[in-house]
Write a protein that binds this ligand. Structure first.
Ligand code: ATP
Length: 213
């Protein structure tokens, strides 16, 4: 079985995450995709005004139908103490799935800074890296250089994926849009409704515009 592992802060989960996850699921013929929100991201402290970890998890759970593969949302990083290191998550998953092929999905920003992660070599032992672009402009040259470097340094196995429907947005940009009443198009409707109901990211709930649940 081929299992995709897609972690992130998902603060909030948006159409960029979902388009990339679906493209990866198709190209890798994944049997299952695990979506894993982090509790405490090691590299970027959560900004003030973030949604709580449980809220980020619930928003991810609202999106499972949007990905073209069977999806499971795992709260294993929320249940661990301390920073959410991918090496620990993969080790946990490897115990659960000793025989399966694991693919660690990541966008270009993560791939190009991979050496700064904790225990990159162990990550490369545990999973194939499956990387996709977050930008319309070609990142092929930078990807090729980084692929070679990680193969040579860590013996990494790397699949570079097409991302035919790049959605150039980050959660940071989206939070800023939401705080001034924009950004709806980047969200699924259930997540947009959730954000309004909870008044997350400085939104003012105007429940008249929501369809009933
Ligand atoms: P922030 O702006 O809060 O740092 P982000 O959207 O950049 O948020 P995460 O939610 O932590 O970051 O991203 C999780 C994973 O999704 C990472 O591998 C990241 O590269 C990828 N990703 C984020 N945004 C996009 C996008 N628009 N298209 C494709 N992949 C994305």
């Amino acid at each position: 079985m081929k299992i995709g592992v897609f972690g992130g802060t998902f603060n909030p989960i948006h159409r960029g995450h979902l388009a990339a996850a679906s493209a990866a699921a198709g190209q890798l013929s994944l049997d299952k995709l695990l979506l894993i929100p982090d509790a405490i991201p090691p590299h970027k402290p959560l900004p003030s005004g973030s949604a709580g970890a449980e809220e980020r998890l619930e928003m991810v759970q609202l999106c499972t139908a949007e990905v073209s593969a069977p999806v499971e949302v795992l709260d294993l990083e929320l249940r661990r103490q301390g920073a959410s290191y991918t090496c620990d998550t993969l080790a946990q998953l490897r115990e659960q799935y000793p025989e399966e092929e694991l693919f660690l999905l990541m966008g270009s920003d993560m791939f190009l800074s991979f050496e700064t992660w904790r225990q990159p070599e162990r990550i490369c032992d545990l999973a194939t890296l499956a990387v996709f672009s977050r930008r319309e402009e070609s990142e092929a040259a930078a990807f090729a250089r980084q692929k070679k470097r990680l193969e040579e340094t860590y013996g990494a196995h790397i699949r570079v994926l097409e991302n035919p429907e790049v959605v150039e947005i980050s959660s940071t940009e989206l939070r800023e849009k939401l705080s001034r009443g924009a950004g709806r198009a980047y969200l699924t409707e259930p997540v947009y409704g959730y954000i309004l109901r909870k008044g997350l990211y400085g939104t003012k709930a105007d429940l008249k515009h929501l369809t009933p649940e």
